[in-house]
Write a protein that binds this ligand. Structure first.
Ligand code: GDP
Ligand code: CA
Length: 360
């Protein structure tokens, strides 16, 4: 499916044809989004890669810590788009939206994803038509986001600019950039009674709860995807780069599967520090262990630290229960890593920044 074709003709409700946007049309939204971290800001430039819930919660703590300690600092977030999926014709970007809603205070706190005070009338109506799939719960409020995103994409607006426009409403206090404007989708080769087949990551994760044995997880399109505008520049110009406790395979791993992004992380002069999503040999929530197992990687703070390794990270923050962790070539520190509330999470972010200062 061609997601970003730039030559759609738009027919307005009054029948007029609206010209397609020119490739060099002014990027108003991108500029507006920059006002969060102002281009003239003099403070430190902090860059973080992020998946969904783990990434978003960490970012909320990071933002709180910086607002209190370094109000001039700016945060640029490079979001995972590998979980993106088209459902009922709507382009859904679960991780970008989780970050946007969490930082914009529109998230369902209990669930960690989706909108607060959500209703599901559309989902129920679709089910009444027996429309498939029914395993992905799109809420009514959330659907408004997907409708707008899909409309703008069809007009030829790149995903990075679409995201900036959506953030105009949510004011996340960070510059949120998708890793790429090109379509990248994580797919999983599963093996069951029907033999081997390729399914979308969301189907494996949400419908099958990652229980069906998987043979391979691939970020389809990542190897040829171009980083979205600003991504590589942000990493190269950063004062600090953080890898939040996001899923190391399908969140951080997918972002790093875009070759120029991995290369930027390897060559940036900024210290790079990761925070472990694995505590005491298990993910804090979710099924990251299933993803690690597919790749033959042990579910431990040490193994994930080694997966990133000294080529990518300078420092690795692990929980106190993992204080014995050693990663050759990487400075490891331990402290409590449960993001129980914003204050506790802000302290985790402070510890990551302190480790970055140490290894710089
Ligand atoms: P997803 O896209 O919604 O799956 O979210 P992410 O990829 O951003 O983050 C998922 C990871 O967050 C999981 O592997 C969890 O182990 C991790 N995580 C969730 N809560 C916590 C926490 O309180 N502390 C730490 N260290 N990791 C957490
Ligand atoms: Ca995700």
């Amino acid at each position: 499916m061609e997601l970003h074709a730039r030559h759609y003709l738009l027919v307005k409700p009054n029948g007029d044809i609206q010209a397609p946007p020119t490739p060099d049309a002014p990027r108003y939204a991108t500029l507006r989004n920059m006002t969060e971290p102002s281009p003239s800001a003099t403070g430190r430039r902090v860059v973080a890669l992020a998946g969904g819930i783990g990434g978003a919660r960490f970012l909320r703590g990071l933002r709180a810590a910086l607002r209190a300690d370094e109000p001039d600092a700016t945060i640029t977030v490079i979001g995972n788009t590998g979980d993106d999926i088209t459902l009922f014709g709507l382009r859904v970007c679960p991780d970008l939206d989780t970050v946007m809603y969490t930082l914009g205070e529109g998230i369902d706190e209990q669930q960690g994803w989706g909108r607060a005070k959500e209703s599901f009338a559309v989902k129920d109506e679709l089910a009444a038509y027996d429309a498939q799939p029914q395993w992905f719960g799109l809420g009514d409020r959330d659907i408004a986001t997907h409708i707008l995103r899909t409309q703008w994409l069809a007009e030829g607006v790149p995903l990075s600019e679409v995201t900036a426009r959506l953030c105009d409403r949510w004011r996340p206090g960070v510059r949120l950039i998708p890793m790429s404007d090109d379509s990248v989708e994580t797919h999983v080769v599963i093996e069951d009674d029907g033999g081997r087949r390729l399914i979308h990551f969301q189907e494996w994760w949400v419908r099958l709860h990652a229980k069906t044995p998987a043979v391979e997880i691939t970020a389809v399109g990542a190897d040829t995807a171009a980083p979205a505008p600003g991504v590589v520049e942000a990493i190269l110009d950063a004062d600090v780069v953080l890898l939040p406790p996001s899923n190391p395979i399908v969140s951080i791993g997918t972002i790093l599967a875009v070759p120029p992004i991995r290369a930027a992380l390897q060559s940036t002069s900024a210290p790079v520090v990761g925070v472990s999503p694995i505590i005491g040999g298990a993910p804090v929530r979710g099924m990251a262990d299933a993803c690690l197992t597919v790749r033959g990687i042990e579910t431990s703070a040490a193994a994930v630290g080694a997966l990133y390794g000294p080529e990518l990270i300078d420092g690795w923050l692990v929980d106190l229960v993992d204080s014995e962790t050693a990663v050759p070539g990487v400075e490891v520190r331990s402290r409590p890593l449960l993001m129980t509330d914003i204050d506790a999470t802000a302290d985790i972010a402070r510890a990551a920044l302190a480790l970055a200062a140490e290894v710089a």
